[in-house]
Design a protein. Structure first.
Ligand code: SF4
Ligand code: SF4
Length: 473
């Protein structure tokens, strides 16, 4: 751990120099066991990310977040504006899960699953290594005057970055408006959908800006999750950490001299090679302890393991561990705080499952026409006028829909037809009259129960109010 004299790293962030200007990070290309694992995970996640809007389950897009129409599909399960309460519960479960996961395993999400890290480290950064070379070559290229080589490399890199940003923007749009719409826009041609093309170019510009220039600053400055770490992590959380007890020992860290016997020397196992610093994509020194900038990407674990192997010391000087494990040798265990999160998660999940089972395929609402009173007709009949709205959440049209009064004797008359059809994943609305004999009305505001039928089958039951004169009974 850094002592008081070494605490000046806290005065600045790794991406700013002493003048407050951007200090460009040139991380060394990582290699090693953890980087290989992360590559495989990223391939799987990229495949899911790029294919999810094009996969359909029962005709529903696998993942869709149509914010404009407030329609969401999650794992092929459609959520309508009427299901918003379910969506909110899912969001709460997501937040509690993230908190639980962070308390237990720190920023594992950032290093392994976050799209920002995956795009940056597994796509854009690797293209950069391919075109510009590793850290040393990149630094030389940055300092180079604008000669033919630099222009060629920059134009090539920025063009590829732009094309990938455009591709990501298209996928992003497929999540927002649906892949069918996106394909239709593409086949219609950009001239027919000018405003969508402008949105697409804005998204492309944002992605290009993030991955070509803003980069690790997203995690350090913008991401609210990163900022929460101070509140969520405790000494028992598993994080990427430097074992300062082993690394420093009594004599502190020191450069490695040929043929020295480090274990017998009293010096720490850290050979002060800076490999962990050079490989860090956020430009920090993990040996200073847990820092806001660390996205737990594991690159420093691999780098340090290489060095430990080279000097015949045990690997794991930097590793996944907790502060309490380093200080007291304590193993990971479920704390009361974690158990509390598990209980809350279990309750919320049970509530969600229950609500999903209770959810109907058809949602109906019947509301009295605003500003209209009841009408007293011949044969002592009281009539109220309503607007109805039927939402079909399935991918098949529902036809022959009629309405039946369940709570009272009376009739329901649809205006302009006798039955209605609701298209797949669509809604139908219209006007209807409910007529009830005054003798069947007990109050001036009756609560009616109405069944919505498809053929002989009741597909939904709803309620509405029925107004009548005061003096009945
Ligand atoms: S300190 Fe290590 S784990 Fe954290 S961001 Fe840097 S390289 Fe990745
Ligand atoms: S890579 Fe390992 S040995 Fe080298 S400076 Fe970092 S912690 Fe020390």
């Amino acid at each position: 751990m850094a002592d008081q004299g070494q605490e000046n790293f806290r005065d600045t962030i790794g991406t700013l120099n002493e003048e407050g200007k951007r200090a460009w990070v040139f991380p060394k290309k990582p290699s090693g066991k953890w980087y290989e694992y992360r590559k495989y995970v990223s391939y799987a996640l990229l495949l899911i990310l790029f294919s999810a809007p094009f996969i359909k389950i029962n005709g529903n897009q696998f993942m869709m977040f149509n914010i404009l129409e407030r329609r969401f599909n999650i794992f092929g399960f459609p959520f309508w504006p009427q299901d918003f309460y379910l969506f909110v519960i899912m969001m709460i479960i997501g937040v509690v899960f993230v908190i639980f996961f962070t308390v237990a395993f720190g920023r594992l999400f950032c290093g392994w699953i976050c799209p920002q890290t995956i795009f940056m480290e597994m796509i854009f950064r690797r293209i950069e290594y391919w075109i510009d070379g590793d850290r040393g070559k990149q630094i030389r290229l940055a300092k180079m005057p604008w000669n033919a080589e630099k222009i060629r490399k920059r134009v090539l890199k920025w063009s590829i970055f732009f094309i990938i940003s455009f591709l990501i923007a298209n996928i992003f749009l497929a999540y927002l408006i649906g892949s069918d719409e996106l394909i239709r826009y593409i086949t219609d041609g950009p001239s027919q959908h000018g405003s969508t093309l402008i949105s697409l170019m804005i998204f492309t510009g944002v992605f290009y800006f993030i991955f070509a220039w803003f980069r690790e600053q997203v995690c350090i400055i913008v991401c609210p999750y990163g900022r929460l770490q101070g509140a969520l992590l405790d000494n028992k959380s598993i994080i990427v950490a430097y074992d300062h007890k082993r690394g420093e020992k009594e004599e502190g860290r020191a450069k490695f001299k040929k043929k020295e016997d480090r274990p017998a020397s009293g010096k720490g196992d850290c050979i002060d090679c800076s490999a962990c610093v050079h490989v860090c994509p956020t430009g920090i020194d993990i040996r200073n302890g847990t820092q806001l900038e660390c996205v737990n990407c594991t690159a420093c674990i691999d780098a340090c393991d290489h060095m430990m192997e080279a000097v015949y010391l045990p690997k794991g000087l930097i590793r996944y561990t907790s502060e309490d494990n380093i200080e007291k040798g304590e193993k990971f265990k479920l704390t009361p705080r974690l158990k509390g999160y598990i209980v809350v998660l279990g309750i919320l999940t049970a509530v969600l499952i229950g609500m999903l089972f209770l959810r109907n395929d058809v949602e109906a609402s019947i509301l009295r026409l605003p500003g209209q009173l009841y009408e007293h007709k011949a044969d002592n009949i009281i009539s109220n006028v309503y607007t109805y709205k039927l939402v079909n959440k399935t991918v098949e049209p529902i036809d022959s829909i009629t309405f039946r009064l369940k709570s009272h004797k009376g009739t329901i008359k649809l205006v302009s037809n006798t039955s209605v059809t609701v298209p797949e994943a669509g809604l139908t609305q219209g006007t209807l009259f409910i007529e009830i004999n005054a003798s069947a009305i007990k109050t001036d505001k009756e609560r009616l129960e109405i069944e919505i039928m498809s053929g002989d089958q009741v597909i939904e039951t709803t309620t509405t109010a029925f107004l009548g004169p005061r003096s009945y009974n």
